[in-house]
Design a protein around this ligand. Structure first.
Ligand SMILES: [Cu+2]
Ligand SMILES: [Zn+2]
Length: 177
């Protein structure tokens, strides 16, 4: 190599190393679901899912909820909100064949913590999920439905948690890379 070019080559190599270093710490795949009200309801919102190591960080804001109440919140089997009442999403996403339950115990992969509406009917939330993925594997949430229910999840009734009507529906779609 021409000695006069060496500093430039070194600078380019260092630049590449810096980029690789940045990539190694970059967040993993992410997805977004836009929640729209089912017929006769008013709940709307946006929820994001971000792979962080082997867990998924879920952040969202949903408004139009019943004030001061917990609302059952799940990923459902089918990414299909076409029925208008949320029923076309099927049951809870359950690729591992588990009973319905709290995310702290044995549960469907799609079972998530209930979201809590404030006095204005707004739920602003953030939590980590274990046992699910974004963008790969049998527990991938991408392509599945996301449902907000009218009532709270009892985490016990099988297989639904008895959280009532489906008041908002969305499809979890992977974000462009
Ligand atoms: Cu549900
Ligand atoms: Zn469930």
């Amino acid at each position: 190599m021409n000695t006069r070019l060496r500093p430039l080559a070194l600078a380019l190599m260092l630049g590449s190393a810096a980029l690789l270093g940045a990539c190694a710490h970059a967040p993993g795949p992410s997805a977004t679901a836009t929640l729209l009200p089912t017929t006769g309801n008013a709940a709307v919102g946006v929820v994001t899912f971000q792979m962080v190591d082997d867990r998924v960080l879920v952040k969202g804001k949903v408004r139009g909820l019943k004030p001061n109440q917990d609302h059952g919140f799940h990923a459902h089997e089918k990414g299909d909100c076409s029925s208008g009442d949320g029923m076309s999403t099927g049951g809870h996403f359950n690729p591992t064949g588990k009973p319905h339950g709290s995310p702290l115990g044995d549960h469907h992969a799609g079972d998530m913590p209930a979201i809590t509406a404030d006095a204005n009917g707004v739920a602003d939330f953030e939590f980590m999920l274990s046992g699910v993925t974004i963008g790969s594997g049998p527990t991938d949430l991408v392509g599945h439905g996301l449902i907000v229910h009218a009532s709270q999840d009892d985490y016990a009734t099988q297989p639904t948690g008895n959280s009532g009507a489906r008041i908002a529906c969305g499809v979890i779609k992977q974000d462009p890379h």
